[in-house]
Design a protein around this ligand. Sequence first.
Ligand SMILES: Nc1ncnc2c1ncn2[C@@H]1O[C@H](COP(=O)(O)OP(=O)(O)O)[C@@H](O)[C@H]1O
Ligand SMILES: [Mg+2]
Length: 510
Amino acid sequence: MPRTSKNRQEVEVFDFYEANRASKRSSISSTRQILKDLKAAQKNDTETTGDFPRRCWGRGGQRRRRSLHGTATLRLQGVPTTAHTGATAYPYVAGTSLGADGMYVGRDLNGGGSFCFDPWRLYERGVISGMSMMLFGQIGTGKSSLAKSLSVRLVQAGRKLSVASDKKGEWTRVVHAVGGSVIQVGPGMGTRLNPLDPGTRPPVNAQGEPLTDEGWALMVRTRRMAILITLVRILTNRDLSPAEHHVVSLALDAGVHTARERGGVVVIPDVIEALEADKTHPDRLVAEASSVMAMTLHRMTSGDLAGMFDGETTAHFAANAPATSIDTSALQGASPEAIRVVNACSGAWTEAMVTTSDGGQRIVVYEEGWDNISSEADLRRMVESWKLARAYGIFNVLILHKVSDLNMAGDAGSKMAAMAKSLLADADVKVIYRQDESALRLTREEMDLSDRERSLLKHLDEGVGLWRLGGSSFQVKNDLTRVERELFNTDQRLVTVAKTATTAPKEARA
Ligand SMILES: Nc1ncnc2c1ncn2[C@@H]1O[C@H](COP(=O)(O)OP(=O)(O)O)[C@@H](O)[C@H]1O
Ligand SMILES: [Mg+2]
């Protein structure tokens, strides 16, 4: 008997049930019809069944647990609601998406589908305004794998890759795999890089105007002074006095003159020679400063740094190589200053080579980059070169463990700490992988993380990161192909060492 009610909504619910019963009845009768047809077809031809597949199972299909055989239909329940609530309730919430414009990185775990990323396209679209990215996370969470997969995919799309200083040598296989070249620098390697190399001449300056000869000469001189001052700062662990700054500048000009007469490029021994000559300068201040600077720079040509940066460059990258890397893994175990000098020199050399607007769009990776920002000198050089990045089509990727790595350059409240923070603020793309509680505290303060993001970051899986760009957050699982996983595997050496350790005693017994 039909239910009646003054309430309109209840009438609708009743109609709904009636429709449901009718649909169930029609479903049963059509299933019966299909089975009847199937039986008839089988009777006629036991081998072939015409349009139907041959029947394998009894009526209702194979009987297994939860196999949904039979004709049962779902029992639907109506939900009485007002039009107002129906219009505002929105049960399926998914995050925003950057669209499909770019390289596939992985899956957006907040429901945005695939996550694609191309910094140059995002810059064009106005989503980001700075061309640098910072990557934070504990060891083994997949930071390097993300940088490698991004780089490999961008190279395959016609971009170029440079790894400024690869301290563990883990990029060598990756760079070779995409047809690039690797320069190995280290004690006894026989490869020399001249940090005073002029670099590649760009056709336009940072403002996009044609680069004149004077402009180019000024650019080269600025670069050379910057690297000399960086080296002195690293080696003396202090700032230069005005007199020291003056004598280094004079010695550089004298060195350039000597090199021109020789028909070559200025090298650090030329600068040292000019400083030695100034030791007898009539001005006592100049003489003293020259003596100190000559002694300091001698470190570059002797001891553990001998033969690496004290002559003209012996290794060259092909101008059109799709990928380049400087492998400094041979330096593991060297003194901290030596490592920092090598990082500064290889970083400056790479930057000088890639800072050209006709070099195409390039991703420059600073792997385990805390050495690149651990002193005022490094940090200052990096801030300067990052400013130029946009003009020359460069996208920088700095990989660090935690935000507090940025404080290595100076105490809280110091000028250096402020500069490190500006580097963080300039990085328009920030990716955070799993962090421990202590690291999270600072990350939360510096990056204004919500409580949800903070608790998420403690438990992120390997290869999953929180991406922050353009005012939005994305939780992304970096998908790696089988080939990529093998190519990027950094556990391999551990596995090899473990295997050797377990097989060694047997071999010894034999
Ligand atoms: N997206 C991923 N999918 C699957 N495995 C991954 C992923 N990212 C990293 N791994 C695994 O974790 C290991 C360490 O990754 P790695 O990128 O070297 O970490 P990190 O640079 O953070 O120390 C890799 O060797 C790989 O086996
Ligand atoms: Mg790594």
